[in-house]
Design a protein around this ligand. Structure first.
Ligand SMILES: Nc1ncnc2c1ncn2[C@@H]1O[C@H](COP(=O)(O)OP(=O)(O)O)[C@@H](O)[C@H]1O
Ligand SMILES: [Mg+2]
Length: 350
């Protein structure tokens, strides 16, 4: 009851404001003069209900229906709204009923939205955990973040990636020719954690919760080729659906390009071309890391891919990382004796 009273008062003050805001020209018309003697009982996008205090006003308005409808629409900023005119409180009950219905509907919508909001909040932490899993982040790097990265060692890469937003559609190439263990994988995994941490898992719409998919996928070059090769024996995953994943995800990270020593270079290049060209065409970014130098990288992925990559990275997206291996500086037992750049090899115990 109190509710509809308030709404009715709101309607009256709104109607007064509309009348007062009418142009000078309208103010002086007899129709507006008569409308000043009406109250606004109901309003939605299709219908306006006005009740006149005096029969004389009602008669005048009804005698000029077309102009009245036009002016009322104009005053309320509506288009083609039906205008119902009544005397005194004749339609007041109907209007009050309609208002009540309208409010009930609003209440229902509000309570649904509140419930969905709660559900969304409740589901957020567990969905983010699932996203971390489905991002394929290497398990040893799940805890790697910008907070546990010594930024001063790689200031440029740190600054660029800690501010990185995939929505800007800019790609990044981190490369450290012949230097290993300086935190490339750490940094890209920090990007994964950072983005998943900050992302919404969905939003509440009028018809319920709309969920997003995990925006990031990590893959090392070795995994990428193992996965594609595995599709050739028909029993496992479908080749097309594997490509689709790498082509469609908002942000793709390919770690350690150049690790695979190709027997068939044209096959390697055709895989990269398909993925990079599709992402290029769709404006989707990619983050790549490699221990190759730029010439070697181009020879590995092919000229056409390198061309696209140059454009996708923009002028700031090529980041060369130097320095010495973090593993070496913070060694956990094994140390190399010489001072040569370290070459990671599977034979020397690394
Ligand atoms: N600047 C740094 N601050 C903290 N940890 C680092 C840093 N650089 C490297 N590390 C750590 O050293 C190890 C090797 O780094 P990694 O990211 O694998 O290097 P890369 O991918 O360049 O070979 C990881 O455990 C990583 O967390
Ligand atoms: Mg690495």
């Amino acid at each position: 009851m109190e509710h509809s009273q308030t709404s009715s008062n709101n309607l009256q003050s709104y109607w007064k404001t509309c009348l007062n805001n009418a142009s000078q020209e309208l103010q002086t018309t007899p129709i507006v003069a008569c409308l000043r003697g009406t109250r606004l009982d109901y309003l939605d996008d299709k219908e306006v209900v006005l009740s006149a205090r005096y029969a004389l006003h009602l008669e005048k308005l009804k005698g000029n229906t077309e102009a009245t409808v036009k002016i009322v629409n104009q005053l309320l900023g509506k288009q083609n709204c039906d205008v119902k005119l009544a005397l005194g409180n004749f339609d007041k009950e109907i209007a009050a009923e309609k208002l009540k219905e309208q409010e009930k509907q609003k209440e229902i919508e509000k309570s649904y939205k509140e419930r969905w909001d709660k559900e969304l909040q409740y589901l957020t932490p567990q969905t983010k955990k699932k996203w971390i899993e489905s991002s394929n982040i290497p398990s040893l790097f799940k805890e790697k973040t910008f907070d546990n990265y010594e930024s001063k060692l790689q200031l440029k890469a740190y600054n660029y990636l800690s501010q990185y937003k995939y929505e800007d559609s800019l790609s990044v190439l981190l490369y450290s020719p012949n230097i290993y263990g300086i935190g490339k994988t750490h940094l890209v995994c920090a990007v994964i954690n950072n983005i998943i941490n900050k992302s919404d898992i969905g939003y509440v719409s009028n018809s319920g919760i709309i969920y997003y998919r995990c925006p990031i996928l990590y893959v090392s070059e070795t995994q990428l080729f193992a996965r594609i090769r595995a599709t050739f024996n028909q029993s496992g995953e479908n080749e097309e659906s594997v490509y689709q994943q790498y082509e469609k995800v908002n942000l793709l990270i390919i770690d350690d390009i150049g690790k695979v020593k190709p027997k068939d270079l044209s096959f390697v290049q055709s895989v990269y071309f398909r993925i990079i060209d599709s992402r290029y065409t769709n404006g989707l970014p990619i983050i790549i890391t490699t221990n190759l130098n730029l010439d070697e990288l181009e020879a590995h992925i092919g000229g056409a891919c390198a061309d696209r990559l140059r454009e996708m990275c923009g002028k700031d997206g090529f980041i060369k990382m130097g320095g010495v291996s973090y593993r070496k500086n913070n060694n956990t037992g094994f140390q190399k004796k010489d001072n040569k750049p370290q070459i990671e090899s599977h034979n020397d115990g690394w």
